[in-house]
Design a protein around this ligand. Structure first.
Ligand SMILES: N[C@@H](CCC(=O)N[C@@H](CS)C(=O)NCC(=O)O)C(=O)O
Length: 202
């Protein structure tokens, strides 16, 4: 059975969601960033990590893509043109959303107070809003970014949207807003949230 080290309030949530979409069994080893449990397997102390056959894989996106490839779902095959486009959406989500939200988060509460620069918020909001416009253009009238088929970047983009909402960034209405609503209504996400809340000590 897979084991995931992390918490619901971290990027581990994406991995729980992916495992639920794939119908895989997993155990949550609840441990936060820089905890002893994660430092034992990941020198950077960052969550999440996936333990598979005694080996730890870290970085949420590497884990999600590994799982998708291994179980042959939520992904196009390596070497296909579709996979190149799918990966381009994955990098878009990481570069334009995750990175921007992470910088804003670090300057809100993660860094020691003396290192925080609250003024970066305006540029983060500007970057985020620009990314939403780009997403609207690329999404068009599709159900998911790759068309009819849900893939790894949809989960990633939706997880970032939830993060943005929690951090009080403005989410667009219209096509992108409806796209995020569709993703948040996925039964697999609901199951992942339920399982995570059973495992949380918060
Ligand atoms: N690119 C990594 C980022 C992992 C990451 O930064 N995780 C946060 C929690 S969501 C963390 O553990 N941060 C601890 C730190 O930066 O010291 C991923 O997607 O897994």
């Amino acid at each position: 059975m897979y084991q995931v080290i992390g918490t619901a309030r971290s990027r581990a949530m994406r991995v729980f969601w992916m495992l639920e979409e794939l119908g895989q069994e997993y155990e949550i080893l609840e441990a936060g960033p820089q905890s002893e449990a994660i430092q034992k397997v990941n020198p950077s102390g960052k969550v999440p990590a996936l333990i598979v056959d005694g080996k730890a894989i870290f970085d949420s996106v590497a884990i999600m893509q590994f799982l998708a490839d291994k179980h042959g779902a939520l992904t196009y095959p390596c070497g296909s043109l579709e996979r190149a486009e799918q990966d381009s959406f994955t990098h878009f989500a990481n570069d334009e959303l995750d990175a921007v939200l992470w910088v804003a988060t670090k300057h809100t509460f993660y860094y020691p107070e003396e290192l925080r620069v609250p003024d970066i918020r305006a540029s983060a909001e500007w970057d985020f809003a620009r990314a939403m416009v780009n997403l609207e253009t690329r999404l068009g009238d599709n159900e998911f970014v790759m068309g009819d088929q849900i893939t790894v970047p949809d989960l990633l983009l939706s997880h970032c949207a939830g993060w943005a909402l929690g951090a009080k960034f403005e989410l667009p209405k219209g096509k992108v807003g409806d796209y995020f609503k569709r993703l948040r209504a996925r039964p697999a996400l609901k199951r992942a949230l339920g399982k995570a809340s059973e495992n949380t000590s918060d």
